[in-house]
Design a protein around this ligand. Structure first.
Ligand code: NBP
Length: 479
């Protein structure tokens, strides 16, 4: 058989993706650097579909029909570069290399350019949903050329998750666009998880509720507008009991959060683009703080002073509902910031990204899948707003109704000494955005005084500088 598609790299993700392809009637050539993995896949799952195993690159490429299309699923970075070179040296013009790993979008832009110079198509493709998604239907974010999308479209549509009848895959844009959007997806995921964790902390430490009571709260929330995969699994995790000690799982796990770098990339990129993604950056820094084990130990030892204030006197029923509203409002801000970053990236790198389509393909398969992405996709599709999601009338209404609770929860948490950087920074962003005047006029004055950095004036064209050192402090127009 000539296989329709090849998968290079049969680790957790690659193996599952190859099986998913085979399950949907695609014939799949499979290759792995270490051949035992290939043999294992065929022994364990060979009967699930049409696989063509290969143990050399020559056999692997010979097994593919033209244009030969290979999805690489290997470790991001140097391994991916090595595999691209190995394939590119053996491929012919018109062939398609797809990188399904979590590559940095700037690497993808470079690789696409290099592959194009050799007459090859290179597609950087974000895949979300972890190993379960790879097997049963991920959300897929391919970049690359329109021509390669035409070849990939039917294959990717056959394996993607389905949300309301639509496959969760769309051509995001040229070269690095797919990996850029996947990166921001992960940044939003960090923020969403942080906001959920803060809600838990408020109910746990603030109200003194037990993990199993809080699991019930999340299960309840999951029935409403917060309905999402992350809220659902939060309930699962909170119900889990440690077999050895009988204690709640959340109490026996070390509270130092790991990260693999995509959240950091999201924030670094946002800084380069000067897009405020404060809800996302706070969530990356919150994981960073959690990992400062030596400093945290010393802070405990010397007993850094905290407030003498108890949130627990609040009425439990109303407080839980206030936290829910604060969570939802903060979440809308985090998503608005993420979509702003995508829009800014599209502008900077010349991609034509349909933000509504991005929201639609995140409704299934991926970690941030949520009912509320429908509302985001409606907001972009309606054309009612083109700048911030926060200006969409339905989100404006939600936040308008939630804001008193949002503010109250933040005041109580602050008085009670419970850190909620995600909630707080989201509200500060919201208030910053809606302020008619910001104190940045003062900053402009400071900059002009110490560094002659100049300033512009309200309603007056031109650029000005004040001669601050002179007694008469004359203002001069610079152009
Ligand atoms: P695994 O660690 O399970 O597998 C790594 C694969 O990379 C193996 O096939 C390994 O081959 C191959 N490889 C390495 Br490492 N170095 C190589 C080299 N120099 N040349 C050829 N092959 C090499 O990783 P995974 O979890 O399947 O992740 C694969 C990619 O998918 C990564 O970029 C990851 O970020 C991304 N991703 C992962 C998830 C997830 O939830 N795990 C989700 C979305 C995306 P070997 O068998 O010979 O060592």
């Amino acid at each position: 058989v000539q296989a329709q598609i090849g998968v290079y790299g049969l680790g957790v993700m690659g193996g599952n993706l190859a099986r998913n392809l085979a399950h949907h009637g695609n014939s799949v050539a499979v290759f792995n650097r270490t051949p035992t993995r290939t043999r294992h896949l065929i022994t364990a799952h060979g009967s699930e579909g049409t696989f063509v195993p290969a143990e050399t690159i020559e056999d692997f490429l010979a097994a593919l029909k033209r244009p030969r299309t290979v999805i690489i699923m290997v470790k991001a970075g140097a391994a991916t570069d090595a595999v691209i070179k190995e394939l590119a040296d053996a491929m012919e013009p018109g062939d398609i290399i797809v990188d399904g790993g979590n590559s940095y979008f700037k690497d993808t832009i470079r690789r696409e350019k290099e592959a194009r110079a050799q007459g090859l198509h290179f597609v950087g493709m974000g895949i979300s949903g972890g190993e379960e998604g790879a097997l049963n239907g991920p959300s897929i974010m391919p970049g690359g050329t329109e021509d390669s999308w035409k070849v990939l479209e039917p294959i990717l549509k056959s394996i993607a998750a389905v949300a309301e009848g639509e496959p969760c895959v769309t051509h995001i844009g040229e070269n690095g666009a797919g990996h850029f959007v996947k990166m921001v997806h992960n940044g939003i995921e960090y923020a969403d998880m942080q906001l959920i964790a803060e809600s838990y902390d408020l109910l746990r430490r603030g109200m003194g509720m037990t993990p199993s009571q809080i699991a019930d709260v999340f299960a309840q929330w999951n029935l409403g507008e917060l309905n999402s995969y992350l809220i659902e699994i939060t309930s699962d995790v909170l119900r889990q009991v440690d077999a050895r000690t009988g204690l709640p799982f959340v109490d026996v796990v070390l509270d130092e959060a790991g990260m693999k770098g995509t959240g950091t990339w999201t924030v670094q990129t946002a800084l380069d683009l000067a897009i405020p993604v404060t809800s996302i950056s706070e969530s990356v820094f919150a994981r960073g703080l959690s990992g400062q084990s030596a400093q945290r130990a010393e802070a405990r030892k010397i007993n850094l002073p905290g407030p003498d204030f108890s949130i627990a006197q609040q009425n439990e029923g109303t407080f839980v509902e206030e936290v829910r509203k604060a969570l939802y409002a903060s979440k809308i801000v985090a998503y608005a910031q993420g979509f702003d970053e995508i829009a800014a990236g599209a502008q900077q790198y010349g991609w034509n990204i349909d933000l509504g389509a991005v929201a639609r393909i995140w409704r299934g398969g991926c970690i941030i899948r949520a009912e509320f992405l429908d509302r985001i996709s409606d907001a972009y599709a309606s054309g009612r707003q083109t700048t911030s999601l926060l200006f969409d009338s339905s989100f404006r209404t939600v936040i308008g109704k939630a804001q008193d609770s949002w503010r109250a929860v933040i005041s109580l948490a602050t008085q009670g000494g419970i850190p909620i950087p995600g909630f707080t920074s989201s509200l500060a962003y919201y208030d910053g955005l809606r302020s008619p005047r910001l104190p940045t006029s003062l900053i402009q004055g400071q900059r002009d005084l110490f560094g002659a950095h100049t300033y512009r004036k309200v309603g007056v064209p031109g650029v000005f500088h004040t001669l601050w050192a002179d007694t008469d402090r004359q203002e001069i127009q610079q152009n």
